[in-house]
Design a protein around this ligand. Structure first.
Ligand code: C2O
Ligand code: CU
Ligand code: CU
Length: 509
C-alpha cells in the first residue's frame, strides 16, 4: 500500500531513530524559542518563534492493522478492576519505547458499564510520583472516594475508587486519566488514559448493534527510551506540549478494513495533552451522531470536525465504493502566545497537525449502508431557562513560573484547591460565558455536569468546548442530579497544570 507514504514536510532527516533523549533534547533547543520583551502592555510584550515547523516522526510504509484496547464489562451491575499505573517499555517499531501505562497497555482497558452500575477501581500507584484518577464526563459524585480530583495517591500506595453510576447517566463515550494538579500533562502525555463506554437500550437498536463500532484513542506521546522524555521546558509547557508521533490506540496510521454496505461507527477521544485534530475522511462525509455526553437527536453531516483535547465524537461512515481513504488531520491554527502576524510568524503554539491518522480500506460493491434520521429522541434538552449568569475569563499574565514566564489564570487567579471560585445553587440552570482573552485557543472543561451550547442547544451534550483565541462561548449548564465540589479547567493539560483551573461548589443553598 502506498497511499500513506511518509509525510515529507514533517520529516527531519537529521534525526536518528528511535531518538534518544539526548537527540530529542537537542532538537528541542534548536527550536530556538525566544522570549523577547517588546514593551509593557500586557500580552503584547512577548512572542516566540521556532526555527522550523514541527518534526513529527513519519509513519513507516506498509500496513498495520487497527487494534482495539482490551474490554472489561460489568456483570450483574458491578465492574470491579485493578488499574496499575507504572512506567513500562512497550513495543515500538523494531524495539521498544518508554511509556506510562495502565496494566501495561498502550491504552488502558475499555470499561463497559451501564446506568445504575457500581464501578470499583483499585488504583495501584507504581509510578515514582503521586497520581490519582478522574472519570472524565461521567455524571458521578465528585466527592469522597468517587470522582474526587482532590485525592492524591503517593507512590507505592493503592486507593479504591467507587462510583455509583446514576440511572440518569446518558450512554456515551467517556474516559479516565490522572488529574493530580501539576503532573497531569506529563502523565497523560506519557500514556495514562483509557475509555469508558456507557451502554443502554439505545445501543441495542439493530442499526447500532449491527454496525462496526471502533474505539479510536488519539494520542501524541513523546517517543524515547526513558522518563526524560516527559520533562519539557517552560516554553513547551506554555504552548502546550505536543509529542513526536500521532497514534491511534498506540499504533501509527493503522488500517481499518470494511466492505461497501457496512456502516462504520467510530468513537474517538482526543487523549493528547495539547494537540488539536481537525478530522476529515477523504471523499466522504462524516455523519456526526454523538458528542462528549452521548448521542444527538439526529445525525449531522459534516465535512470536517475539530476535536480539541478532552473532547469525544462518534461518527457514522457509509462507504459507497471500494478504495483506500485517509482519515486526515487537516491544518488548524490553535494560536500562539504572541504577536500573531508580526514578523511573519503565526505564533503557532505547537505546529499545525497535518497528517494521515488512519486508513479506511474498503472492498466490495453494492448499495451503501444508510443511517436512520433519528438517533436519540431524548437527546434534546428542551427549554433551559437560566436563572443565573456567570462570566469566566481565561487569561494569561506575567509572573508565573517564578517570574520567568506566564501564569495561566481564570478570572485572574491561578488554581488554588483551597479556594472556592464558583458557588452554584443546586437544581438551577446557569448561563456561563467563557471569555478567552488570550491569543491561543483553550478547550474549557467542566466536571460532573454536562452542558449544551447556548446558540445551538441541539448540538449535543458537551463537557469540553473549545474557546477560540480572543473569542467567547456561551453554555447552559443544568446543575441537577448531584451536588459537590470539583473543578473546571483548560484541557490543554499543561495550562491546567500551570493554573488555568478553578473550583466549583454546588449545594442546596
Ligand atoms: Cu479530562 Cu478535569 O479532565
Ligand atoms: Cu474531566
Ligand atoms: Cu489552555
Amino acid at each position: 500500500m502506498s497511499s500513506h507514504s511518509p509525510e515529507p514536510r514533517a520529516f527531519d532527516n537529521s534525526q536518528t531513530f528511535p531518538p534518544s533523549p539526548t537527540t530529542r533534547q537537542g532538537r528541542g533547543l534548536s527550536r530556538r524559542a525566544a522570549l523577547i520583551g517588546l514593551g509593557a502592555s500586557g500580552l503584547g510584550i512577548w512572542f516566540w518563534t521556532r526555527s522550523s515547523g514541527e518534526s513529527l516522526i513519519p509513519a513507516l510504509s506498509g500496513s498495520r492493522s487497527m487494534t482495539q484496547p482490551s474490554v472489561l464489562s460489568s456483570e450483574d451491575g458491578i465492574l470491579e478492576l485493578t488499574l496499575r499505573a507504572e512506567a513500562s517499555q512497550i513495543p515500538w517499531r523494531d524495539g521498544t519505547r518508554f511509556a506510562l501505562t495502565y496494566n501495561g497497555g498502550t491504552t488502558g482497558p475499555t470499561l463497559q458499564i451501564r446506568p445504575g452500575d457500581k464501578l470499583i477501581i483499585h488504583l495501584e500507584n507504581e509510578l515514582e510520583e503521586k497520581t490519582n484518577l478522574h472519570t472524565h464526563g461521567l455524571h458521578v459524585s465528585p466527592e469522597g472516594n468517587a470522582d474526587n480530583v482532590f485525592v492524591s495517591i503517593p507512590p507505592g500506595e493503592t486507593f479504591t475508587y467507587e462510583y455509583d453510576i446514576p440511572l440518569s447517566q446518558r450512554s456515551g463515550m467517556f474516559w479516565y486519566h490522572p488529574h493530580d494538579h501539576g503532573t497531569v500533562a506529563k502523565q497523560v502525555a506519557g500514556g495514562l488514559a483509557g475509555v469508558i463506554l456507557v451502554r443502554d437500550s439505545l445501543d441495542d437498536l439493530p442499526w447500532l448493534a449491527q454496525s462496526t463500532e471502533r474505539v479510536l484513542v488519539l494520542s501524541d506521546p513523546p517517543i524515547g527510551s526513558d522518563s526524560r522524555i516527559l520533562d519539557v521546558g517552560g516554553m513547551d509547557a506554555m504552548a502546550g506540549r505536543q509529542g513526536d508521533a500521532v497514534l491511534v490506540n498506540g499504533v501509527q496510521a493503522p488500517t481499518m478494513t470494511t466492505e461497501v454496505g457496512k456502516l462504520e461507527r467510530w468513537r474517538m477521544v482526543n487523549a493528547s495533552s495539547s494537540r488539536y485534530y481537525r478530522l476529515a475522511l477523504t471523499e466522504h462525509q462524516l455523519h456526526l451522531i454523538g458528542t462528549d455526553g452521548g448521542r444527538l437527536s439526529e445525525p449531522r453531516p459534516v465535512s470536517d470536525l475539530l476535536l480539541a483535547p478532552g473532547e469525544r465524537i462518534e461518527f457514522g461512515i457509509t462507504p459507497e465504493k471500494a478504495g483506500e481513504y485517509e482519515l486526515r488531520a487537516l491544518p488548524y491554527d490553535r494560536g500562539g502566545m504572541g504577536m500573531g502576524g508580526m514578523m511573519g510568524n503565526r505564533g503557532d503554539a505547537g505546529g499545525s497537525t497535518d497528517l494521515t491518522i488512519a486508513i479506511l480500506s474498503v472492498t466490495g460493491t453494492g448499495p451503501a449502508a444508510s443511517l436512520p434520521n433519528q438517533i436519540d429522541p431524548e437527546a434534546n434538552p428542551g427549554l433551559l431557562e437560566p436563572t443565573a449568569k456567570r462570566v469566566l475569563t481565561l487569561g494569561m499574565g506575567m509572573g508565573g513560573m517564578m517570574g520567568g514566564g506566564m501564569s495561566f489564570t481564570i478570572d485572574g487567579n491561578a488554581f488554588d484547591g483551597a479556594r472556592t471560585d464558583s458557588r452554584v445553587r443546586f437544581e438551577t440552570v446557569e448561563e456561563w460565558e467563557i471569555v478567552n482573552t488570550t491569543p491561543m485557543d483553550h478547550p474549557f472543561h467542566l466536571h460532573v455536569w454536562p452542558f449544551v451550547l447556548a446558540n445551538d442547544v441541539n448540538a449535543g451534550w458537551k463537557d469540553t468546548i473549545n474557546v477560540p483565541a480572543n473569542r467567547s462561548v456561551k453554555i447552559l449548564v443544568p446543575f441537577i442530579g448531584l451536588m459537590g465540589r470539583t473543578v473546571y479547567h483548560c484541557h490543554i493539560l499543561d495550562h491546567e497544570d500551570l493554573g488555568m483551573m478553578g473550583t466549583i461548589e454546588v449545594r442546596e443553598s
